[in-house]
Design a protein around this ligand. Structure first.
Ligand code: HEC
Ligand code: HEC
Ligand code: HEC
Ligand code: HEC
Ligand code: HEC
Ligand code: HEC
Ligand code: HEC
Ligand code: HEC
Ligand code: HEC
Ligand code: HEC
Length: 320
């Protein structure tokens, strides 16, 4: 095998691997790298070291900006240690600035991000912020696909420094800024107290996409988002109530807010149960026994007797 064909073989393998691990490798990045003829696995900078001026040079003219960023977690990007390991400080986002500096601040010689499409700007950030489950699927998430970029939610220079995670606005205002139609959900008579500040949208959703439907936070099952706080509903129970394990919490509950107590989907508990326990429902539960006289008030409130409706260790009929 000649060196050339070996190179090609490696290239083909790399492409095959990229396709194979399509969830883990950023498509735009590999396209970009391929266009410049670089190996997509080793994104090396197409610029030489002397095109960088170093953050100390930026500080000379943009001192205030330097001080500000030093008060954010991105101080790590400016630090000497991080520069030794390959970060270029200010220039890791703004690109090489030597010509900008030599030109006395020529703004045509520096990346300004003005009018830069969200997806491209996000690529700049993802140079460093991939490789964690949390961010890996960003571009394929609902936000990434719909041109919502990192800077729609974060601010790297002008953030209120006391705000966690450099958010452009605090939650939930940040989210309501675009999802105003969801606000009503949390004003229903029964609701998770998101507006009141007791819990956050991001307790249940991963704004960075994730791998679940509706960008929910979950790693193993559709219930992980709920189980985090309602740990007593997790089980395993000796006697499981099948729909919890199969369909998940949202089979019976409306997660944001509802007109019904306990965030239930139906205003009468019996209605909810007989959807599955009447023998005509689509989801096969056992028939409600005939001695249950549903015309009487006694039997309408099913959970008065079947109290452990999320599962029980003592009773197959969930009595205790
Ligand atoms: C010799 C002084 C000087 C140095 C050194 C310098 N700049 Fe500038 N920079 C300027 C001036 C002047 C402007 C244009 C004034 C303005 O619009 O704020 C500017 C503008 C910019 C802009 C665009 C601002 C905008 O309005 O969009 C960015 C980004 C920027 N500089 C980044 C850097 C970075 C990164 C470095 C270090 C590599 C650096 N500058 C070093 C003087 C300097
Ligand atoms: C983490 C990436 C990142 C780093 C690091 C970074 N910037 Fe920026 N910078 C941006 C982005 C994105 C924008 C445009 C959006 C904005 O204004 O926040 C910007 C905007 C600017 C602007 C123009 C906007 C303004 O408010 O005047 C200047 C000047 C600037 N940066 C200078 C610097 C300097 C100097 C440093 C180093 C001390 C630096 N930046 C480090 C990402 C970064
Ligand atoms: C729709 C809004 C939104 C977008 C878009 C967004 N973020 Fe976030 N990000 C958040 C929120 C809210 C938090 C804090 C809560 C959390 O961790 O989910 C956060 C947290 C973070 C954290 C801290 C994570 C941690 O584990 O402490 C990093 C880093 C981050 N975002 C980077 C990014 C990058 C990079 C992008 C673009 C690729 C981005 N974000 C896009 C809303 C957003
Ligand atoms: C050169 C690498 C690099 C780039 C590029 C970069 N970051 Fe970061 N970012 C870091 C490091 C390092 C930290 C600190 C992480 C830590 O402390 O664990 C950080 C932290 C953060 C945090 C978390 C703040 C917190 O409170 O935990 C957010 C949000 C964030 N970056 C957003 C962005 C955004 C938005 C961009 C693009 C405009 C960006 N980053 C570009 C290296 C980078
Ligand atoms: C800059 C505007 C913007 C901001 C800010 C924003 N979103 Fe979104 N979000 C969108 C767009 C656009 C979509 C995709 C279209 C849609 O479903 O509305 C979306 C989709 C979603 C989805 C998926 C909906 C589905 O049907 O799959 C969830 C969940 C979500 N956003 C939650 C959040 C949360 C939580 C926050 C705050 C941390 C937030 N968003 C902030 C614009 C935004
Ligand atoms: C208690 C957990 C929880 C909290 C808190 C939460 N969500 Fe959701 N959200 C969910 C679940 C679960 C779904 C999926 C519902 C379903 O199965 O259709 C969802 C769906 C959505 C959707 C898609 C709506 C649709 O019609 O399909 C959007 C957008 C959304 N949430 C935004 C938000 C925003 C914005 C906040 C904060 C203001 C928020 N969520 C807080 C659990 C939560
Ligand atoms: C971050 C923690 C947290 C997460 C995640 C969470 N909840 Fe809750 N939930 C609470 C708290 C706290 C309450 C107490 C009621 C309140 O806030 O007023 C509650 C109350 C409830 C209630 C009872 C309301 C009542 O009237 O007694 C139901 C039902 C519920 N949650 C279902 C869910 C479901 C389903 C999910 C997943 C989609 C979920 N929760 C995710 C914190 C959480
Ligand atoms: C088969 C329907 C069903 C499913 C699925 C279901 N629940 Fe419930 N849940 C109920 C009913 C009915 C009540 C009201 C019980 C009562 O009134 O005594 C309730 C009440 C609750 C309550 C408030 C009372 C309490 O016991 O703390 C919470 C919290 C709750 N459920 C969380 C969850 C979570 C989390 C999941 C998913 C793991 C889930 N539920 C799945 C039917 C269901
Ligand atoms: C989404 C469909 C669904 C809903 C809603 C539902 N169930 Fe079930 N339930 C099932 C399935 C499926 C089984 C398992 C049946 C089997 O083992 O064959 C089950 C099992 C049971 C059992 C145990 C029967 C036994 O002896 O093994 C009881 C009791 C029960 N459900 C009561 C209720 C009550 C009360 C409600 C309303 C709060 C309810 N269920 C809501 C689907 C549902
Ligand atoms: C007054 C108490 C009480 C109420 C209220 C009640 N049940 Fe029952 N339920 C029972 C008893 C007792 C059994 C028989 C348990 C056994 O066989 O071990 C039973 C059994 C069941 C079974 C299991 C049948 C089987 O073959 O194993 C289902 C399903 C069921 N009930 C559904 C419901 C539904 C739906 C409601 C509300 C419409 C309801 N129950 C209300 C007492 C009650």
């Amino acid at each position: 095998m000649t060196t050339l064909s070996l190179k090609n073989a490696i290239k083909i393998t790399v492409i095959a691997l990229s396709l194979f691990s399509v969830f883990w490798i950023n498509p735009l990045e590999s396209t970009r790298a391929n266009e410049t003829g670089q190996d997509p696995q080793t994104p090396s900078k197409a610029v030489t070291n002397d095109q960088f001026a170093g953050s100390e040079a930026c500080r000379d003219c943009h001192g205030e900006m330097f001080e500000k960023i030093s008060k954010t977690p991105h101080i790590k990007v400016l630090s000497v240690v991080s520069r030794l390991s390959g970060s270029e400080g200010c220039e890791s986002c703004h690109g090489p600035g030597r010509e900008h500096v030599d030109g006395g601040g020529d703004i045509t010689r520096i990346i300004r991000f003005k009018d830069e499409p969200a997806k491209e700007l996000s690529q700049t950030c993802m140079q460093c912020h991939t490789g964690r489950e949390e961010h890996n699927n960003f571009l394929r998430g609902e936000h990434g696909r719909n041109d919502v970029g990192c800077m729609d939610c974060h601010s790297v220079h002008s953030a209120d420094l006391s705000r966690p995670k450099m958010l452009a606005k605090p939650e939930p205002q940040l989210c309501f800024g675009c999802h105003v139609e969801r606000k009503g959900d949390f004003q229903m008579p029964f609701h998770h107290r998101v507006i009141e500040g007791a819990i956050k949208c991001s307790d249940c959703h991963n704004s960075h996409g994730g791998f679940e439907r509706k960008q929910l936070r979950a790693f193993n099952s559709s219930d992980a988002a709920c189980i985090k706080c309602h740990i007593d509903k997790q089980g395993p129970f000796v006697y499981e109530h099948a729909p919890l394990k199969v369909e998940g919490c949202t089979m019976c509950h409306i997660p944001h807010g509802a007109n019904n107590p306990k965030l239930l989907k139906r205003d009468q508990v019996s209605q909810l149960c007989i959807e599955c326990h009447s023998g005509v429902g689509t989801v096969g539960g056992l028939n409600t026994p005939s001695f249950h006289n549903l015309a009487t008030a006694k039997y309408q409130n099913c959970t008065v007797c079947h109290v452990r409706i999320h599962g029980s260790n003592a009773s197959s009929a969930f009595f205790r």
